[in-house]
Design a protein around this ligand. Structure first.
Ligand code: HEM
Ligand code: SF4
Length: 758
């Protein structure tokens, strides 16, 4: 039997950062409130998303068996979001900033995969980990166990700043301007939970690259992308970033625009804060399809967007954290090798040679290599995680990173250790060759677990990898470094626009039936930070995609000109000619005569789109005031619990805190930076909401405001059972009144707030 949330809380309490511990406690209370029907469904969905607890396919309690929709019998309970059953398993996304991990963290992942999931952890294209099939009630324990080893799931999903990604070989790369890791980390923790990133209309993705030429950071497809640069001023080398803004994939891919050519590192954090404020204030909130920052940048134009960011930067209240982390930044890289570097001995092991060619990278530090551990479809079992942790401990200074191609790397391997390391990886079935080439197909979760999946991206990827490794599909030098990326739908989670051979799922109606297809997207560019997006050519039935690949590969082999890249080849031969070459593959025989195209890879059911649900990756748009008021309500609930346990003084204080929280929420509509100091909140609340009568109830007038004022005046008086009871009741009424005020005046306050904030 699993240990309870409480048991983990007691066991791990002292090892968890105080603010993270409080966050998890709050989530646990919200969970309890929702289960009792005392917390709004949509708000709960957004609050759980912002903590990384995600929906999963079939969690609406329905599953199509190919003939008809079947009900999955989950026990009766409230929903955990619109159309999402409480007891249906979900997914937990676990943030791994710039992919950096320690062996201890890998071991924790192994335990969590076993205790709460299906024994498998999954590495994503944003360097996160994901665990599937997790019950929501296990989430607090899971979060505490992660927090105890320094990992958070906070803001992993929802309309928030997602995992900050960065080159997996940062610090050891031969071509980087400098190691981006400490900057990526500083920005991650600066923005995590920051009040200026709580009011976005959509998610916000940030990346760091060490250089302009290679692919690793993919700045071009990010909401905010940083590319390391240096310049020499008065003989001194200065570090900075070329900053890109407004990139993104999805149905409408945008290439990012240059926001700054050279931004000194001291300005990195305030710049990101200023961009966040502009996005929160002016970004689209209602029409979710146009709410990413890319649409705001396109609407305003580069110049105007830059001007607004600069204006915002000027009025930001100064924050010591902006530059504190720069004080003891190491010159080169933070990691200290655990062994001396050594020369690479030549190997005669025929199995090791191809691995060495594709998976071993010579670091800029002489005598050391970085090794890529290829994870088929990003999956790694608990036993493999433990083996890898053990290997990393013995051969590296604990230096592991996840990659955006769903793999892991081990850094700082002394070259003479490579044969022994290879043998150990082989024993753990982690020594697959061909990393990041054609054998290493990237795929999103697709119809396996994603509610939006249309076609079986993992099924197709698995089949391709089987054919490559069995020799059913031949690989030679011309095609072995090409990249294949497969998304289950147009949302592009596998980043198919940046692949040589990209595919995304679509469905086509044929008579009364539906046939799974993939749209073929060719010639995307991975290098130059994801420099160019591929061309969509045509949609082909899912089952025929291997033939598509064979034909294109064949033609490339035969017609490639000397030194020509795949992108240039696709451009040269053109869309029309490729379409002609593939056109016959689009014909679908009638269902009655041949059913082979009417099911998807690795799924024996007749295909239907009946399992698709409403995606919740970016959540409902819930505004900051909704969160503030929900937090106030939670504090009232906690005050009641304190009262019930006879803790009168603490109950009265918590009740006052609840009122202050609600009042601050209302004040923040027109004064974003209001400090948390109670006296200031009261003063601003009086000026903005009481004197203006905006807070007045149509019947009771200013009565509820006086609950706050008098509780504040008597804050230092000790409370007995009677007075505490009154205070808690008044707090409940005050929070209700704050809700009513928000509803009545929301638009008006928000508009004047916008004016005040600009
Ligand atoms: C499980 C349910 C998921 C849903 C419903 C979902 C939904 C979406 C949506 C709607 C977009 C398009 C964004 C836009 O157009 O604004 C998107 C993009 C993306 N997602 Fe997901 N996603 C899911 C899982 C994942 C996973 C597991 C990964 C990582 C493997 C991932 C990585 C990405 C990436 C890299 C992009 C493209 C970059 C961009 O944001 O523009 N997503 N996703
Ligand atoms: S691309 Fe589509 S199917 Fe794949 S994970 Fe993203 S939303 Fe789901």
């Amino acid at each position: 039997m699993k240990a309870s949330n409480d048991a983990w809380s007691q066991e791990l309490g002292p090892m968890i950062r105080e603010d993270w511990a409080r966050e998890i406690d709050i989530f646990e209370t919200e969970l309890r409130l929702r289960k009792q029907g005392k917390f709004d469904e949509k708000l709960f969905a957004e609050t759980r998303l912002r903590r990384g607890a995600y929906g999963q396919r079939y969690d609406n309690g329905l599953r199509h068996d190919g003939i008809a929709q079947q009900n999955l019998a989950f026990p009766e309970a409230p929903t955990k979001g619109p159309m999402t059953q409480w007891y249906a398993p979900g997914m937990m996304r676990i943030k791994v900033p710039y992919g950096g991990l320690t062996p201890q963290q890998l071991e924790t992942m192994a335990e969590l995969a076993e205790d709460y999931s299906d024994g498998i952890a999954h590495v994503t294209t944003r360097q996160d980990f994901q665990l599937h099939f997790v019950l929501i009630e296990d989430a607090p324990a899971l979060m505490r166990r992660l927090a105890a080893v320094g990992i958070t799931t906070r803001e992993a999903c929802g309309n928030s700043v997602r995992n900050v990604t960065g080159c997996a070989i940062a610090g050891v790369c031969r071509e980087e301007a400098f190691d981006i890791s400490p900057y990526a980390r500083a920005l991650t923790f600066f923005l995590l939970g920051h009040q200026d990133v709580q009011d976005f209309g959509r998610k916000f993705k940030i990346s760091f690259s060490g250089c302009a030429h290679n692919g690793c950071g993919l700045a071009n497809m990010h909401d905010l992308g940083m590319v390391a640069r240096t310049r020499v001023v008065d003989g001194l080398t200065q570090r900075g970033f070329q900053v890109f803004v407004g990139g993104g994939l999805g149905a409408v891919p945008h290439s990012a625009r240059v926001l700054y050519d050279f931004l000194p590192v001291e300005e990195l954090l305030p710049m990101a804060q200023a961009v966040s404020r502009v996005f929160a204030r002016l970004g689209e909130k209602k029409n979710r399809a146009r709410a990413r920052v890319k649409f705001l940048v396109a609407k305003l134009g580069d110049e105007e967007f830059r001007r607004l960011v600069q204006e915002e930067r000027k009025v930001l209240p100064s924050d010591p954290r902006w530059t504190a982390y720069l004080t003891d930044l190491p010159e080169a890289t933070e990691e200290k090798p655990s062994k001396p570097g050594s020369a690479l001995a030549s190997t005669t092991n025929p199995e090791m040679l191809p691995w060495q060619k594709s998976n071993v990278y010579a670091q800029k530090q002489e005598g050391y290599s970085t090794v890529t551990v290829k994870l088929p479809l990003g999956d790694i079992t608990a036993a493999q995680l433990r083996a890898l942790a053990d290997i990393a401990r013995r051969y590296t200074p604990g230096a592991i990173r996840t990659t955006v191609e769903q793999n892991m790397v081990l850094r700082w391997i002394s070259n003479s250790d490579l044969p022994a390391l290879f043998a150990e990886l082989q024993a753990a079935k982690l020594a697959g060759a061909g990393a990041e080439g054609i054998r290493d197909v990237v795929a999103c979760p697709g119809t396996d677990t994603c509610k939006l999946g249309i076609s079986a991206s993992r099924g197709l990827a698995g089949e391709l990898m089987r054919r490559f490794s069995s020799g059913d599909m031949a690989i030679d030098e011309t095609i072995e470094r090409l990249k294949i990326k497969i998304s289950g739908c147009f949302n592009s989670c596998s980043q198919h626009h940046l692949a040589d051979l990209g595919f995304y799922g679509v469905a086509r109606k044929v008579g009364a039936h539906t046939v799974p297809h993939f749209q073929v997207v060719l010639g995307g560019q991975w290098s130059e930070n994801g420099g160019a997006y591929g061309l969509p050519i045509l949609a082909v039935p899912s089952r025929r995609i291997p033939q598509v690949i064979e034909r294109i590969a064949d033609r490339f082999r035969k017609e490639r000109q000397a030194g020509e890249t795949f992108q240039l080849f696709i451009k040269r031969i053109g869309k029309v000619s490729i379409k002609q070459m593939l056109d016959d593959l689009t014909a679908v025989p009638e269902h009655a005569s041949d059913r082979s195209l009417y099911s998807d890879w690795r799924d024996p059911r007749e295909y239907s789109t009946g399992d698709m649900g409403v995606g919740e990756c970016a959540g409902e748009v819930v505004t900051r005031i909704d969160f503030d008021l929900a937090a106030a309500e939670r504090e009232v609930f906690e005050a009641q619990l304190l009262l019930d346990s006879g803790n009168n003084d603490a109950a009265a204080k918590r009740a006052l805190r609840a009122m202050l929280q609600a009042a601050r929420g209302l004040v923040r509509l027109s004064y974003l930076d209001v400090p948390e100091t109670p006296a200031v909140i009261i003063e601003e609340f009086r000026k903005r909401l009481y004197d203006t009568q905006l807070f007045f109830d149509p019947f009771a007038g200013g009565k509820f405001a006086h609950f706050l004022f008098s509780a504040f005046e008597r804050a230092d008086e000790p409370a007995d059972q009677r007075s505490a009871h009154h205070r808690v009741e008044e707090a409940g009424l005050f929070v209700e009144a704050a809700h009513a005020c928000n509803l009545r005046q929301g638009d008006r306050i928000a508009q004047s707030g916008l004016a005040a904030a600009t």
